[in-house]
Design a protein around this ligand. Structure first.
Ligand SMILES: CC(C)(COP(=O)(O)OP(=O)(O)OC[C@H]1O[C@@H](n2cnc3c(N)ncnc32)[C@H](O)[C@@H]1OP(=O)(O)O)[C@@H](O)C(=O)NCCC(=O)NCCS
Length: 162
């Protein structure tokens, strides 16, 4: 498996990737029932401003297939940033999400960000557990019912060798 920054050209990998992402997992990621992603949304996800965002893609080097993706978009204050992550559904539970999160956190720390945070549906116990194990603090999201906010102050994170 290769982990590298997401490029605009990777948009062509999304349709195959999304064929193997269940509707339930899409909802956990986007918080709304979705059958798939529109071309416009794929375009938006793959065209980000590297000054204010980063995204990493996991690729199967034998097949060239996209296995998962994690992204981090800076808040307007430039000190904190919000992550989101999605893994090919049948690959869940094999450590890929953990690897992507660690990679994102290490790069956030290198960039000098102070905090990484995310929104997670309260029912998403796998993600909440993983975040706890990664050192995130969990609170209720004040804006949305049924949503947890996970926050990781990066000064609490020891140097990560990934
Ligand atoms: C949430 C998601 C990203 C997790 O990815 P994943 O590849 O299934 O997760 P992993 O296999 O790396 O980790 C999950 C498990 O391994 C543990 N784990 C993995 N590697 C570990 C390590 N090196 N050390 C300790 N624990 C580890 C996790 O805590 C968790 O435990 P469990 O399997 O006993 O429940 C994935 O399920 C997904 O894409 N879900 C849909 C989208 C989503 O929910 N996104 C989050 C909101 S943005």
């Amino acid at each position: 498996m290769l982990l590298r920054p997401l490029k605009a050209e990777d948009g062509v990998l999304y349709p195959d990737f999304l064929k193997e992402v269940t509707e339930a997992d899409l909802r956990l990621r986007f918080f709304a029932p979705m059958r798939g992603l529109s071309d416009a949304l794929i375009d938006k996800l793959t065209h980000y401003d590297p000054q204010h965002a980063m995204a990493f893609i996991a690729i199967d080097v034998r097949t060239g297939k996209m296995l998962g993706v994690v992204r981090l978009h800076d808040d307007p204050d430039g000190e904190a940033a919000e992550f989101a992550i999605l893994v090919r559904s049948h690959l869940k539970g094999h450590g890929l999400g953990w690897l992507l999160m660690r990679h994102m956190i290490a790069n956030a720390k290198d960039k000098g960000l102070k905090v990484v945070h995310g929104q997670v549906l309260a029912e998403n116990s796998t993600m909440l557990l993983m975040c706890t194990e990664l050192g995130f603090h969990t609170t209720d999201d004040t804006g949305e019912r049924g949503v947890k906010r996970v926050t990781l102050p990066l000064k609490e994170v020891p140097a990560l060798a990934d």
